[in-house]
Design a binder for this molecule. Structure first.
Ligand SMILES: *[C@@H]1O[C@H](CO)[C@@H](O)[C@H](O)[C@H]1NC(C)=O
Ligand SMILES: *[C@@H]1O[C@H](CO)[C@@H](O)[C@H](O)[C@H]1NC(C)=O
Ligand SMILES: *[C@@H]1O[C@H](CO)[C@@H](O)[C@H](O)[C@H]1NC(C)=O
Length: 355
């Protein structure tokens, strides 16, 4: 634990950040490297030492220590998914420089912030639900109450994923920092909305899995149960929501504050859509003060006209090309019996990277 304090982000930054984020960064980057902590996260004192959590989250942690490994796992899959979805974009969800890089972009209510919130709260709901179904948590299990004949003629049975505990856990844990900040700021409303949209992306993409019973697989009787979609699917759905996100502003309706589309021409967003308050920067130039890495050095695709193409990725600065040799196995032949013999082929590929 000796390196623990120095790894922590400063408190002021933590307060600045919306916490689901510092949570995911903290837990995944720190806990992942400390296998020894896995056992001790089961005691209450550990919760207090987890800097980056709000008081409310520390209390939830203490009441549900057994779920904290799932929270950590949820944070990890969220970051993995974010980096996968954004690998070919100027902002690539990089957490290399820890909290600063991820953080600043996220503190301004951009689309990127919306995505990160949604995917983080979905990640936590997903990982907790999975743990419930596997019987790893005492307070929840899988859903065996879905019974009877379905309209499609199959029999419900078995262990369905019960999302209600995982979703409720994500609501209380991930939303807790927002709620404690009060419901008056647009940023809080935005975060809460996007957190919920993330969880909805799981709920509205539940799948049915079935097993056949009957003589030699005749499938006379089918029993089915509900499972969550793979997390990749959740990421794909949220990335689409990112592309179609709605710019919103706050308005008072009666005594309540709500977010409404900024332009009357936009169709109103639904509970499943992502919303944001400020347009994103272009992410072109290195700007450490705002946590922007810039695209210099990024690989780009010479022939693509999309955002991964050299023109857009490099923001018009141009690119360098180097030729590198790639060695691959090729002309493989099967030899009786039983080996595969290959030649080594060398070919030269061009790698382009932004100036
Ligand atoms: C699903 O979980 C919720 C919350 O833990 C619980 O109240 C409910 O009974 C569970 N449903 C089933 C069918 O097990
Ligand atoms: C993201 O981009 C930065 C430079 O802008 C680069 O250093 C980093 O390796 C990239 N991260 C990933 C996961 O591709
Ligand atoms: C580059 O972009 C083109 C056109 O979009 C695509 O067909 C090709 O597969 C891309 N190359 C790489 C290496 O991603």
């Amino acid at each position: 634990l000796s390196s623990y304090p120095s790894k922590q982000p400063s408190l002021s930054l933590c307060l600045h950040l919306s916490l689901s984020l510092s949570l995911s960064l903290f837990l995944s980057s720190y806990l992942a490297k400390q296998p020894s902590l896995r056992s001790s996260i089961r005691d209450h004192e550990t919760c207090e030492r987890l800097k980056g959590l709000t008081n409310g989250q520390v209390q939830i942690c203490q009441r549900h220590v057994e779920a904290m490994d799932s929270v950590k796992r949820g944070a990890e899959i969220a970051i993995e998914e974010c980096q996968h979805q954004f690998q070919n974009r100027r902002w690539n969800c990089s957490t290399l420089d820890g909290i600063h890089v991820f953080g600043k972009v996220i503190t301004q209510g951009t689309r990127e912030a919306a995505f990160v919130h949604a995917v983080s709260s979905a990640g936590v709901a997903f990982a907790v639900t999975r743990a419930c179904s596997r019987g790893e948590l005492e307070k929840c299990g899988c859903d065996r109450k879905i019974r009877g004949l379905s309209p499609e003629g199959f029999q419900w049975s078995g262990c369905s994923d019960n999302l209600s505990y995982g979703v409720a856990f994500s609501q209380s844990f991930v939303d807790s920092p927002e709620r404690s900040r009060g419901l008056s700021s647009s940023r809080v409303l935005m975060n809460l909305h996007n957190n919920e949209a993330g969880r909805k992306a799981i709920l509205s993409n539940m799948k049915v899995e079935c097993k056949c019973h009957g003589v030699s697989g005749s499938c006379e009787v089918r029993t089915c149960w509900k499972v969550m979609p793979p997390f990749r699917k959740v990421g794909n759905v949220l990335k689409e929501k990112f592309d179609g996100a709605t710019e919103v502003q706050q308005r008072k309706v009666g005594s309540r504050k709500v977010l409404v589309p900024k332009s009357a021409q936009f169709k109103p967003h639904t509970i499943q859509d992502l919303v944001y308050l400020v347009p994103s920067p272009d992410f072109c130039e290195h700007d450490p003060k705002n946590g922007i890495l810039g695209t210099a050095g990024r690989q780009c695709n010479r022939t693509s006209r999309a955002i991964d193409g050299c023109e857009l990725m490099c923001c018009g600065r141009g690119f360098n090309t180097v030729e590198t040799e790639v060695v691959e196995r090729c002309s493989c032949k099967f030899r009786w019996c039983c080996s595969v013999k290959c030649k080594q082929c060398r070919h030269v590929v061009q790698v382009h990277s932004c100036r």
